[in-house]
Ligand binder design. Structure first.
Ligand code: UD1
Ligand code: CA
Length: 457
């Protein structure tokens, strides 16, 4: 039987105290809803429907181009009402897996286990036993242990509040019963909402059976309703990622002080010092060392490269045996060939730096094509921008640029040229020659130092 996945994501998320819809708040660098979408796609469903409502346009923008079907819930009258909006869209007869946009760590394998179990039950719910059940719906069972109902926190009596088995926000409903169950919901409850959770009691009342799958890792189904829960789930994600890295042989000086907010692949004998943040897709080759306090995003770093402390690298391609930092800023479009050396307080943007070239201190290099074996003196600046347009600088192999030089683009410094320190280069510099532009040094004899003037009262 074919599968339709419905992700409920129309709520505002009042408890987040934010102007942005809850489901687009980020966990590990991507929207909560995106995590749920990714787990759903792994099931290859026939239809993937997302119910949007509060901030619908913002949510749709954040989720572009993934073949999602959006159904709008104009008024947020509850989770049951949200699913009801999809009844006309769901292919009749499909079984429906309902997910919550605010339960982001759910694994595709757990969902597959629910979908694949060949049960007669009209409804199958995913339960778990959280350390603190406050806020979750409790799964009420008959004395013979069969599932009877789900009771929401606000509707539960003292005895029900003691139940440790909670509803995760994830359920599977058989196609045959879907229409009847969802249209039978009412809002006679503490919150005056159409609770999807009531389908359990309704199914039982109709003489149908309801099954429950227990998710043995409660962390996987932690829901996010407020900033504290978001931080807690971020910590769960982080510790999972650092565990994986250590299993692959990475030396983490302190796993609690590394943030992985995306996907990271590593070679052998990689070392990562404290307080590093990795975002997006990052790959680190064999023997790469990342010093303390680095932020690295969408970058590949070749074997043996050494990233020294306090370095920021964004969308760069870094070769083997490269040394960067401390205190370097590498911006999108930087490409470093093997053995390049970038020192402290150097910024590089959209530039290719050839093999073994060195930019050791206090420089800005942007929109530059640099050959190999180049030495850039301290304080060299490429003037690539005239306020309106950006221009290219070409520095060929073997060039030596003296300290405190400005290269006013567009300009080319040809092979093996030397530029004298303190020059402002506005015209192309020829190969193999010394070029400099500098006022002659003079000494003014008889000059005297200014004297301090008397202050007026
Ligand atoms: C819900 C469950 C609760 C369960 C918990 C698990 C109900 C009534 N309660 O409670 O039993 O333990 O999840 O995390 O289902 N949404 C809509 N439209 C609405 C209301 C909500 O799309 O009108 C969406 C929200 O955006 C959210 C999800 O449904 O993604 C869950 O809503 P939320 O208000 O967070 O429910 P909980 O109180 O957490
Ligand atoms: Ca919730």
């Amino acid at each position: 039987m074919s599968l339709t996945v419905v992700i409920l994501a129309a709520g505002q998320g009042t408890r987040m105290k934010s102007a942005r819809p809850k489901v687009i708040h980020e966990l590990a660098g991507k929207p909560l809803l995106q995590h749920v979408v990714d787990a759903s796609l792994a099931l290859e469903p026939d239809q993937l429907i997302t119910v949007v409502g509060h901030g619908a346009d913002q949510v749709k923008d954040a989720m572009q181009e993934q073949g999602l079907i959006f159904v709008e819930q104009l008024e947020q009258l509850g989770t049951g009402h949200a699913l009801a909006q999809c009844l006309d869209t769901i292919t009749p007869g499909n079984k429906v897996l309902v997910l919550s946009g605010d339960v982001p760590l759910i694994r595709a394998a757990t969902l597959a286990q629910m979908v694949e179990q060949d049960s007669e039950a009209a409804v199958c719910i995913l339960g778990f036993k959280p350390d603190n059940p406050f806020g979750y719906g409790r799964i009420v069972r008959h004395p013979d242990a069969t599932v009877q109902a789900i009771v929401e926190q606000k509707d539960a009596n003292a005895e029900q509040l003691d139940i440790d088995e909670c509803y995760s926000g994830i359920m599977l409903i058989r196609g045959e019963q879907l229409q009847q169950l969802v249209t039978s919901l009412d809002k006679h409850n503490a919150q005056g909402e159409y609770y999807l959770t009531d389908v359990v009691g309704i199914a039982v009342g109709m003489g149908e059976s309801v099954s429950a799958v227990l998710c043995d890792d409660p962390r996987e189904v932690s829901g996010i309703n407020d900033q504290q829960q978001l931080a807690a789930v971020e910590a769960i994600y982080r510790s999972h990622q650092t565990e994986l890295l250590m299993k692959q042989g990475v030396k983490l000086y302190d796993p609690a002080r590394v943030d992985i907010r995306g996907e990271i692949t590593v070679g052998r004998d990689v070392e990562i010092d404290v307080n590093c943040v990795f975002e997006g897709v990052v790959s680190l080759g064999d023997n790469v060392r990342i010093g303390a306090n680095c932020v690295i995003r969408n970058t590949s770093i070749g074997a043996g490269s050494d990233i020294k402390p306090m370095t920021s690298i964004d969308e760069a391609v870094i070769g083997r045996g490269v040394s960067i930092g401390p205190f370097a800023r590498i911006r999108p479009g930087a490409e470093f060939d093997d053995a390049a050396k970038i020192g402290n307080f150097v910024e590089v943007k959209k530039s290719r730096i050839g093999k073994g070239s060195k930019i050791s201190h206090l420089s800005y290099i942007g929109d530059t094509e640099m050959g190999g074996g180049v030495n850039i003196g301290a304080g060299t600046i490429v003037c690539n921008y005239d306020g309106i347009n950006k221009f290219k600088t070409i520095i060929e192999d073997g060039v030596f640029i003296g300290s405190d030089t400005q290269l006013v683009a567009p300009v080319t410094v040809a092979k093996n040229a030397t530029i004298g320190a303190g020059s402002t280069i506005t015209k192309d510099a020829p190969a193999d020659a010394l070029t400099l532009s500098r006022a002659k040094q003079v000494t003014i004899n008889g000059w005297s130092k200014p004297v301090k003037q008397k202050e007026d009262n």
